[in-house]
Every structure is written in C-alpha cells, then in structure tokens.
Design a protein around this ligand. Structure first.
Ligand code: 2HA
Ligand code: ZN
Length: 275
C-alpha cells in the first residue's frame, strides 16, 4: 500500500511546531532540550512500513517495559532551531526492539544521528508515568529560563518551591495541584539521572533539574507545553517580584483552598495549611 509522506503526519507537525516555539522562547539554546512522544502503530502505519528497519541503535539501559512501542524523538546534539527546516535530520521515529535494549529506526535521524542523549530519563519517565497514567504520551525537557534561575536563589525544598509557584499566579494550583518535584544535581544523560527523574515522575508531572532545567510529562503536546509554560510564567513573576523588592502580600492558603474547591483539584497533601 502506498504510504503518505510523513510531513503530513499530525505528530510530526506537532514536533516541528513545538520545537520551533521552544526555540523562540529561548528555552532551548544550541542543542538544549529534548522531546519524546509515544505513538500508536495505527498512527505510524499510514506513513511508514513498520517492517522496514533502516538501522538498529543500541541503548545503555533496559527498556523492556516499552518493547514494541513507537516514539518520535529529537536527535542527540540537534538544535531545535533547525528542526522545522529539516525534520528528517533532526528527529526520528523509533520502536523499542524485542530485546528491550535496541531501537529500530523507522524514519529520520539521517546521516547516522542517534536519539537524544537524555533517552534514559525520557524512557524511564515514560515507564513511570504510564504506571500512574496510562494516557501519558509525552516527556519534554528544556531549559526554561526563570525556572532554571530559581534553582539558584530559592530553597530546593519541594514543598517550599511548589508553594512559591502556586502563589505567583492564581492558575498554578489548578494546572499542577500535585506540585513540582526536585532531584539533586546529577550528570545529564546518565541512567542515574533517569532513575531519579522517573522516581519523581510517579508523583508529579514536573521535575526540576537544579542548575539545568525542567522535565514535564503529559497526555498531549498542549498539556505538557502548557504545564511547563505555566510554571515558567510563575517563575518569571517570582523573578520580577524579587527584583521589585520582595513579596508584600500573596495568595493565602485559605484562598488557595477556595480555588482548589472551585476547580475541583486536590492540592498535594500537606502542602497547604489545613482548612
Ligand atoms: O540535549 O538538554 O540535558 C541537550 C540537553 C541535555
Ligand atoms: Zn538539558
């Protein structure tokens, strides 16, 4: 059966639009940032012969829980700036092979490119999120500027960090009622940082990497982008507030409870003073 050109695929268009947006926001300088997007075989089949493996790519960790699953991923060392001009050189469609330790390349990653160096953190996070949310499809990492800056100036206590973000914009509690997690500083690209990130992903869709950036998870591109965007906006407001001389008044816990009730969300237990 004749295949449709992948450039018409909605998941490819989403990857191009999102990487371009992220570049313009200044959160993905040079080769900073990476995205992995879980696809169904039905989504891939109109465009690609799933039996035609272009090459196999070894992985440094065991992804047995993802065997047979398809992803579109950003490439290692690739610049988000360049994705729109040449998607096939900068992105790839891969499937986790039956040994759980190899990827079948089905499209893209031209000229010997390989998936993002943060693949351990991405795949371990997908596994963790799927355990708590079977609809989760996207893991996104970027260097959101104000969130990153906050990891230098704010306490890295998860409750304190979350409360500050909740207080900076009324929307935040509604968008991420489970709060934000924080891992220790770790070397990027390693299994160790992948394991630490994934452990936190079981509880929150946002995980801070101090002095580096942020990880987000979601069911679709709008959810994950909106999540990071909302936290980043709160961090930006925090930056202005600090520059203006600090907090004089903020949203009380009583009002945060009213907000949670009005929007039907459950704030992370213990993060607000009891009613
Ligand atoms: O891919 O952002 O964390 C470049 C990075 C590594
Ligand atoms: Zn990074």
């Amino acid at each position: 059966m004749k295949k449709i050109d992948l450039k018409h695929g909605s998941f490819l268009k989403e990857m191009v639009a999102t990487t371009s947006n992220l570049y313009r926001l200044g959160w993905d300088e040079r080769n900073g940032g990476n995205i992995s997007y879980l696809l169904t075989e039905e989504e891939v089949r109109p465009f690609l012969d799933v039996n035609h493996v272009i090459r196999q790519i070894p992985m440094i960790f065991d992804a047995s829980q993802l065997i047979g699953k398809y992803f579109i991923v950003t490439g290692s060392g690739k610049y988000f700036k360049n994705v729109a001009d040449d998607p096939a050189a900068n992105l790839g469609v891969v499937r986790v092979a039956n040994d759980g330790k190899t990827l079948d390349l089905l499209w893209g990653l031209e000229n010997g490119a390989v998936p993002t160096s943060e693949l351990p953190s991405h795949f371990m996070s997908h596994i963790a999120r799927l355990e708590v949310d079977p609809e989760n499809r996207i893991i996104m990492h970027n260097h959101a500027s104000h969130l990153l800056a906050m990891t230098f100036t704010h306490d890295l206590d998860e409750k304190a960090f979350t409360r500050t973000l909740w207080q900076m914009c009324t929307e935040c509690l509604v968008v991420f009622p489970e709060g934000v997690s924080i891992i220790p500083w770790l070397v990027p690209g390693t299994n160790e940082i992948g394991e630490a990130t994934a452990a936190k992903m079981k509880e929150t869709r946002l995980v801070m990497w101090p002095q580096h950036g942020v990880y987000g998870a979601g069911k679709d591109m709008d959810e994950v982008f909106g999540l990071i965007e909302t936290a980043e906006k709160a961090a930006q407001v925090y930056t202005y507030v600090q520059a203006q001389g600090g907090v004089k008044q903020t949203i009380s816990d009583e009002n945060l409870w009213k907000l949670a009730d009005a929007f039907g969300v459950a704030p992370r237990v213990g993060y607000l003073e009891e009613k």
